[in-house]
Structures are given as C-alpha cells and as structure tokens.
Design a protein around this ligand. Structure first.
Ligand SMILES: [Zn+2]
Length: 233
C-alpha cells in the first residue's frame, strides 16, 4: 500500500504488532480486494492476514497474491500466538524495522521486557518536541529513584514476553499505560532492558499529548501520578 520501506508486509516469522488505539486513515481510493482488512478491523476488531495456499507464507499486511508462488492467497484471522508481543504507536513515529533490535535482549540475555528509548543513542528524536523530552526524562528519573530501574525514556515502542504480559493486570486505558507497565514490571522483578530507537515526525494525525506544552504538562502529571500510585499500592 505504501512505498515507505517502514511499512513492508510482515511475515509470520517476523512476529505481530499490537496497536492499542483507534486508526484514522486518510485515503483517496478504496483498498480494492484488500478492503476486507479495513472492514474487519472497523466492524469486528479483527486483524486479518492472508496465507499462501502453496508455500504457507502468512502475510500481514495482507497480500492478495503470493509474490513467491504467484497464486492467490486466502484470508485468515491473526490470533495471538508466539512468545513476544511488540507495541508501537501507529502514527509513523516508530520504525518497525527496529523491532529486530528490541528482540535481541530477549533472545540473548533473557530480558522480559525491552524498552525502545528515543532519548539514548546518537539518533536525534525529530518527532519529540523539547517539552516532551523534559517530561520523559523527569518521569524516567523518578522511576530510577523509586524503583532503582535505570531508564532514559518511557516510550511506547517495546517488546514484552507474552507469558509475562498475561500475568500482569493493566488498568490504565489512556497515555499512562506505558508507564504503568514499567512500574508494575519493576515491582514484579522483571528483567528490563533498554535499546536506542529512532523517533520520526509523525506521519498521521495530531498528538493529543505532545502537540502542545499544555498537553505535555497534563500527560506528564498523569504519568507522575501513575508512578506515585504504584509506589503506594
Ligand atoms: Zn507462496
């Protein structure tokens, strides 16, 4: 659908991504024979892929035909399987190619959760205004102080072992969820690692959080409140 290499179709072996938000999609034409992907998502909250009947490759983004075998693919619902869940915002700020880097500490060092930090490493976080940078650093410092967990950022782009995630209750349905997951994980003694990720300017929608200084301030207060609440709990 897009020529942007960040949106190359994922095959089953690449894993799956969860997008905990509503999608607003600007489009100029129908998605043609792949419309079913959008209709199932909108009407039934199902994520659909397609499978090649010949080689068995599973595509999500769906492809109408297999580029290896030149045969038509069949629709198939994507159900939660595998060992690792990856979270990322669906606004183009994160680069899905970096999922591979998030998986390394899980595969090689036994990490339970790997957080993508937009504020460590050499890459300039183009998509993050100064006020959001300050808010994130402040929150990360508070977590270090209270939980001894050395972090530089509390971004949403992360990989988590599915077995760990399913034991964790999460209450926050708004922008506190990334923080809640971190403080609950720190309290539960998870092994948490951090790797640098890039942060692009968003390609879709307008942020309710980082768009303005006021929005960032309110979000930071909410996040600091989340951190404090779990210390008491
Ligand atoms: Zn095939």
């Amino acid at each position: 659908m897009s020529d942007d290499p960040r949106f190359k179709p994922l095959k089953e072996k690449d894993g799956f991504a969860i997008i905990p938000d509503r999608w607003k999609i600007d489009y100029f034409a129908s998605a043609g024979e792949l419309s079913r992907f959008f209709l199932e998502l909108k009407d039934n909250a199902k994520i659909m892929g397609t499978r090649c009947p010949k080689c068995g490759s599973l595509y999500c983004w769906p492809r109408s035909w297999c580029h290896d075998c030149y045969v038509d693919c069949d629709w198939e619902e994507m159900t939660p399987r595998g060992e690792v869940v990856v979270f990322l915002d669906a606004d183009g700020a994160a680069d899905p190619r970096e999922i591979a880097e998030l998986l390394v500490p899980i595969a090689q060092d036994g990490a339970d959760m790997v957080l993508g930090s937009r504020l460590s490493g050499a890459r300039v976080p183009l998509g993050m205004p100064w006020h959001q940078r300050i808010g994130n650093r402040l929150s990360a410092r508070l977590i270090r102080l209270l939980y001894g967990q050395d972090l530089t950022d509390l971004g949403p782009f992360r990989a988590v072992r599915l077995a760990r995630l399913t034991e964790m209750p999460l209450d926050d349905l708004t922008y506190g969820w990334p923080t809640e997951m971190i403080v609950r994980a720190a309290r539960a003694g998870w092994r948490i690692a951090e790797v640098p990720v890039s942060c692009h300017r968003r390609t879709g929608g307008r942020s309710k959080i980082s768009g303005t200084v006021r929005g960032t301030a309110l979000a930071t207060l909410h996040i600091l409140g989340t951190i404090a609440r779990h210390v008491r709990a």
